[in-house]
Design a protein around this ligand. Structure first.
Ligand code: NAP
Length: 266
């Protein structure tokens, strides 16, 4: 298998550290450089807590692209930095794989256009957990047969947004195939506001926030005399790495920007 030369942006972050391990442990992946706003000029192996990899750290992405000429940029940073990195990578003919979340639809449209004009592959995926993507796909399949569905998403208590992006995406995917329906008794009354959760096209969405949790979701379907539950759990950030690996391998074979891991899973 051809070796894929990778530059990683955000190597000291929680996702970045996992990605370093993934690259290190994948025989046909080679880390040729990293982008970090500190530690410029050092090797990854010289930074405390990072694995023993001989790849140089750059503070300037353009210098890194010129000197290392990677095939792929993996970005796990912040929306502002990730947007800049993705554009610059495309300018240098380097294929971006972006896990950074928070890109706007305008950002995506602009990046899609640049990738198309240049004929370069790019993948942006707000959820790299393959199991979470399958949970959404299976839920969409089930919704053709079960009209009544409620979504319970559960996350750590430091999460700022509710419902989660995955919860909303699941509701959107279900709504795309399910005949619109308001669930529950038509005259139901909430004695405490919010008891029945958020309402997306009649689908109820409930958000649980507790310390100790990472990212979990249950999709519950009910029918006459039967119930179906589809559940996914991310216990740590390693859960996202099989998706990063798939994206790095796939981005080498495409010549346009793909948004969402579900669009590269057969
Ligand atoms: P994190 O631990 O906060 O790491 C962020 C990294 O970005 C750090 O290395 C940080 O370096 C770097 N960074 C921040 N500002 C920078 C700047 N101005 N210039 C250069 N580097 C900068 O966050 P995380 O949990 O790893 O998450 C990283 C991203 O992945 C987030 O957008 C998160 O939402 C997303 N995420 C995606 C998935 C997925 O499946 N796609 C899953 C989990 C998380 P400093 O230490 O110098 O600030």
């Amino acid at each position: 298998m051809m070796t894929i030369k990778i530059v990683l942006a955000g190597p000291r972050g929680r996702m970045g550290r996992e990605a370093l391990q993934l690259i290190h442990n994948t025989p046909h992946f080679q880390l040729v450089g990293a982008i970090d706003r500190v530690n410029g000029g050092k090797m990854i192996s010289e930074v405390e807590g990072l694995p023993n990899i001989d790849a140089k750290i750059y503070t300037d992405i353009e210098e890194c692209m010129q000197k290392e000429m990677p095939d792929v940029l993996v970005d796990l940073t912040t929306p502002e930095i990730g947007r800049r990195h993705t554009k610059l990578a495309l300018d240098y003919g380097v294929r971006p794989v972006v896990g950074t979340t928070g890109f706007t639809s305008e950002d995506l449209e602009e990046l899609q256009q640049i990738a198309e004009d240049k004929g370069i592959g790019a993948i942006i995926a707000p959820n790299f957990a393959i199991g979470a993507v399958l949970m959404m796909k299976f839920s969409q399949m089930a919704a053709k047969y079960f009209q009544d569905v409620e979504i319970i998403e559960l996350h750590h208590d430091q999460k700022l947004d509710a419902p989660s992006g995955t919860g909303i995406k699941t509701a959107e995917m279900i709504a795309a195939v399910r005949e619109s329906k308001k669930q529950g008794h038509p005259e139901e009354v909430e004695h405490i506001k919010g008891a029945r959760g958020a309402d997306y096209d009649g689908i109820r969405l409930h958000s649980v926030r507790l310390p100790g949790l990472i990212a979990h979701q249950e999709v519950l379907f009910g029918g006459d005399g039967q119930a179906l539950t589809i559940r996914h759990d991310s216990y740590n950030r390693a859960s996202f790495m099989s998706g990063v690996r798939l994206a790095v391998e796939t981005v080498m074979k495409i010549d346009l920007l793909v948004y969402g891991l579900e669009n590269i899973m057969e």
